[in-house]
Ligand binder design. Structure first.
Ligand code: PHE
Length: 340
């Protein structure tokens, strides 16, 4: 029987070492040590040999088993480490680099600036943290006036300055009106002020930080007709020639008369639907600059008149694209941003 054991051990060694993948090795293991494996069968024969030979054969079997298992383990470790040879297909097409694009808000700002610059408006930017005087008081909103509550303002803890008051995060771009009058000193003034604004509010149509664009046009003989013509032009250029615009009477402390500007709904084109109900959606405020605001900016209200308008950019985008929740603009979700 010793011969048989030796033969089996040699056979097993060659078998194990020729396995090229782990699955083959597993198969060979079972062929040797499985229920009716070659080694298992040999051990079964142990019971039928003479008693005197048993210890020696038993020892041989044990040694053979140890040796085979060791070979098996070594091969197993070797195959585990071995990686398939790398294959480079030089004819495969290269990976395309994804091209990004400007954020929806930047795109809208570019478009708005382009439209108004054709009408001679020049782009200005004024502080995001500004004095109470520019944000409210110079706009005919004296301290403690209830109209200020409409602006849900963030106040800055700072020592008030005589005449200018304390500081606020600008709740609208109208803070640029008197600043622009002070800068140019004399009409004609044609300003487009685009800036971030801040208000304490958040829901589907409001974010605490948002953007506004503000137009201000001051010269001799400026009337509501000029305001309407300008806004008509903007509506046609920004929303397309099919959309209509209308002025609806409203109230602001810094314009007289004041309006709210509506455009026809992009979903139903003005016939009335579930989204807009009346066929119109509201864009933002506008009006003829109040004489007191002109005076605050040292401009003679008996000689000059002007109009102003101010709208949220996020809202304008929502009306153009039909997105229902402007908070999406700030969630940085590539699946949303890629669509524009
Ligand atoms: N500043 C106003 C607002 O934020 C909008 C507005 C601007 C109204 C200019 C009239 C003139 O609601």
């Amino acid at each position: 029987m010793d011969k048989e054991i030796k033969k089996l051990a040699t056979h097993a060694r060659t078998g194990i070492n020729s396995a090229s993948v782990l699955a083959d090795l597993e198969k060979i293991y079972l062929e040797i040590f499985g229920k009716s494996g070659t080694f298992t069968n040999l051990t079964k024969q142990l019971s039928s040999i003479p008693k005197s030979k048993k210890p020696k054969i038993g020892q041989l079997l044990n040694e053979a088993k140890k040796e085979i298992e060791k070979t098996f383990e070594q091969r197993h470790n070797f195959l585990k480490k071995k990686r398939p040879k790398e294959f480079i297909d030089i004819t495969a097409p290269g990976k395309k680099l994804k091209l990004g694009h400007l954020h929806l808000i930047s795109q809208a700002i570019d478009e708005i600036v382009a439209i108004f610059s054709k009408l001679g408006f020049s782009l200005e930017s004024y502080p995001e943290v500004d004095w109470d005087w520019y944000a409210f008081e110079s706009l005919n909103m004296p301290k403690n006036h209830p109209a200020r509550d409409d602006w849900e303002t963030f106040f800055i803890k700072s020592a008030p300055k005589p005449h200018f008051g304390s500081q606020v995060l600008t709740p609208h771009t109208s803070n640029g009106q008197v600043r622009e009058m002070e800068k140019l000193k004399k009409p004609p003034i044609r300003m487009l002020n685009i800036a971030r604004c801040y208000r304490r509010q958040i829901d589907v149509s409001h974010t605490p930080m948002f953007h506004q664009f503000e137009g201000l046009f001051i010269d001799e003989y400026i009337t509501i007709a000029n305001l309407k013509g300008t806004l008509n032009y903007f509506t046609a250029k920004f929303f397309g020639p099919k959309r209509q615009m209308r002025l609806r009477p409203h109230y602001f402390r810094f314009t007289e008369p004041s309006f709210e500007v509506d455009v026809t709904c992009g979903v139903c084109q003005g016939s009335g639907c579930r989204f807009c109900k009346s066929g119109w959606v509201e864009l933002g405020g506008a009006g003829m600059v109040h004489p007191k605001v002109l005076e605050a900016g040292n401009i003679n209200p008996h000689k000059y008149t002007g109009f102003a308008f101010g709208w949220g950019i996020e809202r304008t985008i929502a009306i153009k694209t039909g997105i229902g929740d402007i908070r999406l603009l700030y969630q940085n979700d590539i699946r949303f941003l890629e669509q524009f």
